[in-house]
Design a protein around this ligand. Structure first.
Ligand code: PLP
Length: 396
């Protein structure tokens, strides 16, 4: 037997965390890492937030799980809060981001099929997008490395150039149901869409009665200084997937929709055993208690500007390594002149600094939203030492 008990689908590294303290992870052998990856935009309150821990502990001791066959005061309460905070009229709770996107895809199709437009099943998505690892969500992405070995893909997706309205328009036809897009591509390399692009998609949807479906699994939940990134663009979606940060580390997600968009999602059309259980709802409430207010969002914006300013100053010292800084709020990317992965490994193993590599030679910087000046100072100490000692590997 040579396969590992843990299915070997991840290139797991030598960092083996066993404990978290605020913005740090402590590994099996006691090494402390500064965590500016946040479980990939998940741990927005850091690792030992009292409010989140207390809420989960209390709910676990009270009622952990019941079936969705019963009434859910916990689900009603969190759904109402999300409705109050966003464009949405209704919410379906999931356990992950991919499931939230799945529900969004189903909702978009069901909208058209509910009114008898059975031909309108196709979503136009965008190159280098990441929407998850289920069959529908890999089919929604053009990335061949995610398709290999899993053919055939689910029908009903076409891939346009990201941030290119003309490319999206050119793919529209009688089967088009809408657009599925990340307002800021995460895995693709922290690439924010332009205002003109997002507003243009909205206008096309209005004109042709199509669904604007946003995947805010990574950029949502206060990460960019807004509760959701669409607010930066002065538009609203019809349907939106959210997850990652929304549970602060507890696995949960949600699909949000307007009343109009959700018209096909009636009794018996969708479901989930765990989705929206009381334990998850308690985590979601604790996260919203912390981040769902103007003061916290303004702080994220202000911290984001500070971190970005310092990054821009920093990269001026290493023009041969870095090309620029991009992103919004505390969802930042350092665009490099060479592959980002080896630099990420160098920072991790040589300087105990955790970031995340992404597409387009970009290093993702995703600190917990509760990080402050002390953590930013430590970050720049490690990043400077890392850049000074970095040798760009020879291209293979
Ligand atoms: C992470 C991510 C997903 C998938 O979320 P999972 O919880 O891993 O299923 C989907 N869309 C985007 C934009 C993501 O970043």
């Amino acid at each position: 037997m040579s396969i590992t008990p843990l299915m070997p689908v991840y290139p797991r590294c030598g960092v083996r965390p066993v404990r978290g303290e605020h913005c740090h992870l402590i590994d099996e052998d006691g090494t402390r890492y500064l965590d500016f990856a946040s479980g990939i935009a998940v741990n927005l309150l850091g690792h030992s937030h009292e409010g989140l821990i207390g809420a989960i502990q209390e709910q676990a001791a009270t009622l952990m799980h019941v079936s969705n066959l019963y009434g859910s005061p916990q689900g009603e309460s969190l759904a109402q809060r999300l409705v109050d905070l966003t464009f949405a009229d209704t919410v379906f709770f999931t356990n992950s981001g991919a499931e939230a996107v799945e529900c969004a895809i189903k909702t978009a199709r069901a909208y058209h099929q509910h009114v008898g437009n059975d031909d309108k099943f196709e979503l136009i998505t965008f190159k280098n997008a990441f929407h998850g690892r289920t069959m529908a969500t890999i089919s929604a992405s053009n990335q061949e490395k995610m398709h290999k070995g899993f053919m055939p893909l689910l029908a009903g997706f076409k891939y346009a150039e990201f941030d290119d309205l003309e490319s999206a328009k050119a793919l529209m036809g009688p089967n088009t149901a809408g657009f599925l897009v990340e307002p800021i591509q995460g895995e693709g390399g922290i690439r924010p869409a332009s205002d003109a692009f997002m507003q243009g998609l909205r206008a096309l949807c209005d004109e042709h009665d199509l669904m604007l479906v946003l995947d805010e699994v990574q950029c949502g939940v206060a990460r960019t200084g807004k509760m959701y990134a669409y607010e930066h663009y002065g538009i609203e979606p019809d349907i939106m997937a959210t997850a990652k940060g929304i549970g602060g580390g507890f696995p949960m997600g949600a699909c949000l929709a307007t009343e109009k968009a959700a018209r096909g999602m009636g009794l018996g059309t969708h479901g989930s055993t765990y989705g929206g259980n009381p334990l998850a709802m308690a985590a979601g409430e604790a996260v919203l208690d912390a981040v769902g207010n103007e003061e916290f969002l303004a702080e994220v914006t202000e911290k984001g500007e500070r971190l970005r300013g310092r990054l821009e100053q920093f990269i001026g010292n290493y023009p041969e390594l870095f090309e620029g800084v991009r992103g919004k709020g505390l969802m930042l990317g350092l665009k490099m002149k060479s592959e980002s992965r080896p630099f990420y490994v160098h920072l991790r193993d040589g300087h105990q600094l955790l970031t995340v590599a992404a597409g387009d030679n970009t290093l993702r910087i995703l600190p917990p939203l509760v990080a402050g000046d002390a953590e930013f100072d430590e970050f720049f100490d490690k990043l400077s030492a890392g850049a000074a000692s970095y040798v760009v590997p020879e291209a293979a």
